[in-house]
Design a protein around this ligand. Structure first.
Ligand code: DX5
Ligand code: ZN
Length: 216
């Protein structure tokens, strides 16, 4: 098993959340990816802290929280209180990204920075040494089930180069449109962690689907 898989709960059946989390527990998933939206930073609203508080105690996998919200720094204590291991903030949402990354680490979480499809990896040059992970969006954030943006593959390669040039140990995570076609190409390009929503939760055999992705 070489690729870490982070199923996105956004694509789960919200009427059966406990069962969906138990499926993740039984699977080869490395983390559970949680997409929080505010209807301002992205044109959609998903679920918030009360819902995650209910399911977090059921989840045996680390929580990878992806905040698609403005001013994510305001919510560091709430994300920590969920028991999250990784807190992802968008580069586009942080005026003082360096301060926010330090505050996430000071709170005892692993800081990750997320880039929208149009945001170049070169903008990470001064922060790449400080982050645990970079999350590249391979769709425009806000919705599951969108088509993979092809230029992400080149972006993964550029990010790998930036990481090596700066002797950083940052991991590369990719989010959006991950499936049996795109996943091997992303791994080949240098991705360490793949977020998969629809492809996992719409699968008739999600545990098997996660196993196949993790074996890439
Ligand atoms: C999009 C979210 C993704 C999304 C991925 O805004 O950040 O995590 O759930 O969904 P799929 O895998 O269906 O593209
Ligand atoms: Zn996400």
């Amino acid at each position: 098993m070489s690729t870490q898989i982070a199923p996105s709960l956004l694509a789960a059946d919200f009427a059966r959340l406990a069962e969906e989390v138990e499926m993740i527990n039984q699977s080869d998933a490395a983390m559970l990816h949680l997409d929080i939206m505010d209807g301002v930073f992205v044109p959609n609203i998903s679920f918030g802290f009360p819902v995650i508080r209910s399911i977090a105690p059921l989840c045996k996998k680390p929580l990878d929280v992806h905040l698609m919200i403005v001013q994510p720094e305001k919510f560091i204590p709430q994300v920590k209180a969920l028991g999250a291991q990784v807190m992802n903030v968008h580069w586009e949402a942080c005026t003082h990204l360096h301060r926010t990354v330090q505050a996430i680490r000071d709170a005892g979480m692993l800081p990750a920075v997320t880039l929208n499809p149009a945001t170049p990896v070169s903008l990470l040059e001064e922060i790449i040494g400080e982050v645990h992970m970079v999350l590249l969006m391979s769709v425009n954030p806000g919705f599951g089930g969108q088509q993979f943006i092809e230029s992400t593959l080149r972006k993964v390669e550029k990010l790998r180069t930036l990481i090596e040039q700066n002797r950083s140990r940052a991991l590369i995570e990719v989010d959006g449109g991950v499936n049996a076609i795109t996943a091997p190409r992303l791994v080949e390009a240098g991705a360490d962690i793949l977020v998969a929503g629809s492809y996992v939760f719409r699968s008739p055999h999600p545990i098997e689907t996660i196993r196949e992705l993790a074996a890439l």
